[in-house]
Design a binder for this molecule. Structure first.
Ligand SMILES: *[C@@H]1O[C@H](CO)[C@@H](O)[C@H](O)[C@H]1NC(C)=O
Ligand SMILES: *[C@@H]1O[C@H](CO)[C@@H](O)[C@H](O)[C@H]1NC(C)=O
Ligand SMILES: *[C@@H]1O[C@H](CO)[C@@H](O)[C@H](O)[C@H]1NC(C)=O
Ligand SMILES: *[C@@H]1O[C@H](CO)[C@@H](O)[C@H](O)[C@H]1NC(C)=O
Ligand SMILES: *[C@@H]1O[C@H](CO)[C@@H](O)[C@H](O)[C@H]1NC(C)=O
Ligand SMILES: *[C@@H]1O[C@H](CO)[C@@H](O)[C@H](O)[C@H]1NC(C)=O
Ligand SMILES: *[C@@H]1O[C@H](CO)[C@@H](O)[C@H](O)[C@H]1NC(C)=O
Ligand SMILES: *[C@@H]1O[C@H](CO)[C@@H](O)[C@H](O)[C@H]1NC(C)=O
Ligand SMILES: *[C@@H]1O[C@H](CO)[C@@H](O)[C@H](O)[C@H]1NC(C)=O
Length: 435
């Protein structure tokens, strides 16, 4: 039994995939096919997304990965001679390598998907036991990013013990504990020795054997205490179960991930799953809040909406320059931290009401970014009080402030700034020099 706060205590001395080209140092920016299309993918859907990343100005802001998710190969077989996974040429007439060239011609990078099991989540061939040959295929095809899922795991590769993964979705998990966990690991158990961890390291080693940089995105849904070994294994690691395009799930995941901010730094990024901005019934406010929370947590920002049918409202959220600048800070690796929970007492684990007040330093903007969330169902006021903000409290009484959504310069603001926020909306402030 473990509470999320306890895991903050002891961070391992870990090394990630550190390369001279800098790939994976900052959290990834890109697009992935799953949240938009699920299994219904083909080369034209991927190229449409790639072209739209250029046309919509996303590439200019730094969005670079165009990622194919599950369902790109032929089911049930590998090449009998080479042992390789066979791309589905009905969906991808030029193979994956042909598509990769076209994506590269746009100045973008391309990602692919497999699983640390025998089959992917949709039942296609996966890489456990085939790590080396699959990594060779990916490198040869020109792949730049691998999302590595956790489906199709044979029983002899599962773990002896279960780890606490607070999903916050059940009343059985008050405050992120796992009281009903079957077969829990003994106190102090070293999850770096788990079979799950071994499965993910095998692919890391196979990727490192290739003469090509491939960003490694682990997707074990937070299992086997991945926060303890994720940074030594990949460039990012999923911390939770899957996201869906509804506020209650986004709020649950934000709450879980908010307790993991001490694991964020250069080269390694906890990943609360790909963006649903623009999908489902999310309101404009919810799209803003989802994007802003993911950006200030420095999670990978992987767009999951169909970019040929995207609204201007959604694009303006995905292109918020202040948030992308904060996310891609080349000098400061830490994310924003919650400085006050607001709705709840500090450090409360509450799936419906994550921390509402966050702040963090920005080298590019020369100041502090502040996020305020209204997690409630009704319009309410939220106030950033300078004397409460860790980065500002020892400074002056007055600061120059910019509203990051409108871009409005709010001038020299004394003591703090109040906003009226609709349900599930966020305010984002850029607090610059003293005045
Ligand atoms: C992750 O590993 C990198 C590379 O060794 C290191 O710079 C970074 O500080 C680590 N992250 C954390 C949270 O320890
Ligand atoms: C390609 O995939 C997209 C997205 O699912 C779909 O709309 C389109 O009809 C598909 N094209 C072909 C030729 O199957
Ligand atoms: C890994 O799986 C094997 C069974 O194949 C099991 O004997 C072993 O205990 C497992 N190791 C861990 C650390 O869970
Ligand atoms: C599971 O079985 C396979 C096939 O026999 C074997 O290669 C693998 O090492 C086993 N896994 C573990 C953790 O023992
Ligand atoms: C946990 O296991 C790993 C892999 O065997 C080892 O490198 C590390 O030192 C262990 N950590 C502790 C705290 O014992
Ligand atoms: C590795 O790749 C680089 C650039 O693609 C190439 O110049 C170099 O010859 C390759 N090295 C080996 C050992 O294949
Ligand atoms: C969306 O923005 C584009 C480019 O600024 C503009 O041409 C178009 O009219 C806008 N569409 C809507 C529905 O506002
Ligand atoms: C959750 O834990 C925090 C910190 O230990 C505590 O202050 C808070 O009251 C707890 N909340 C609930 C609902 O148990
Ligand atoms: C807010 O709305 C949600 C969804 O309608 C509902 O489940 C929840 O109970 C409401 N919360 C409060 C505090 O009224």
């Amino acid at each position: 039994m473990l509470i999320p706060l306890a895991v903050l205590a002891a961070l391992p001395a870990a090394h990630a995939l550190v390369g001279e080209d800098g790939v994976g140092r900052l959290p990834a920016l890109g697009w992935n096919s799953w949240n938009a299309f699920g299994c219904d993918i083909n080369a034209s859907a991927i190229m449409t997304a790639a072209n739209q990343m250029v046309n919509l100005g996303l590439k200019d802001l730094g969005y670079e990965y165009v990622n194919i998710d599950d369902c790109w190969s032929i089911k049930g077989v590998r090449d009998t001679t080479t042992g390789r996974i066979i791309p589905d040429t009905t969906k991808f007439p030029d193979g994956i390598s042909g598509l990769a060239s076209q994506v590269h011609d746009l100045g973008l990078k391309i990602g692919i998907y497999s699983s640390a099991g025998e089959t992917t989540c949709a039942g296609y061939p996966a890489s456990l036991g085939h790590e080396e040959v699959d990594a060779e295929s990916f490198a040869e095809w020109g792949i730049d990013y691998l999302k590595y899922d956790n489906c199709g795991v044979p029983s002899n590769w599962t773990d002896k013990y279960n780890a606490c993964v607070p999903d916050g979705s059940s009343s059985q998990n008050p405050n992120g504990t796992c009281p009903d966990l079957a077969n829990p690991a003994p106190e102090g158990y070293n999850w770096t020795q788990s079979n799950t961890s071994v499965r993910y390291r095998r692919m890391r080693d196979a990727l490192l054997n290739q003469n090509r940089t491939i960003l490694y995105s682990l997707c074990d849904w937070g299992n086997a205490d991945v926060n303890e070994w994720g940074n030594a294994t990949g460039n990012s690691w999923r911390t939770t179960g899957d996201i869906s395009a509804d506020w209650s799930r986004i709020s649950q995941i934000a709450n879980e991930n908010s307790f993991l901010m001490n694991y964020v730094d250069f080269w390694g990024h906890p990943d609360p799953d790909m963006l649903e901005v623009g999908n489902g019934d999310l309101t404009s406010a919810e799209n803003r809040a989802h994007f802003a929370l993911w950006a200030v947590m420095k999670s990978p920002l992987i767009i999951g909406t169909a970019l040929d049918a995207v609204s201007n409202d959604t694009i303006s959220v995905l292109k918020n320059k202040y948030l992308v600048d904060f996310h891609q800070d080349p000098v400061i690796g830490r994310p924003a931290y919650p400085y006050k929970w607001g709705y709840n007492p500090d450090w409360t684990f509450d799936p419906a009401h994550p921390a509402e007040y966050w702040s963090g330093p920005s080298s590019t903007m020369g100041g502090t970014l502040i996020l305020m969330l209204n997690s409630g169902n009704d319009t309410a006021t939220r106030t950033a009080t300078w004397s409460e903000v860790p980065e500002l409290k020892d400074g002056s009484d007055s600061y120059q402030v910019i509203d990051a959504w409108s871009g409005d310069d709010l001038g020299c603001v004394e003591k703090g700034h109040s906003v009226s926020l609709g349900s599930h909306d966020v305010s984002v402030l850029v607090v610059k020099g003293e005045c």
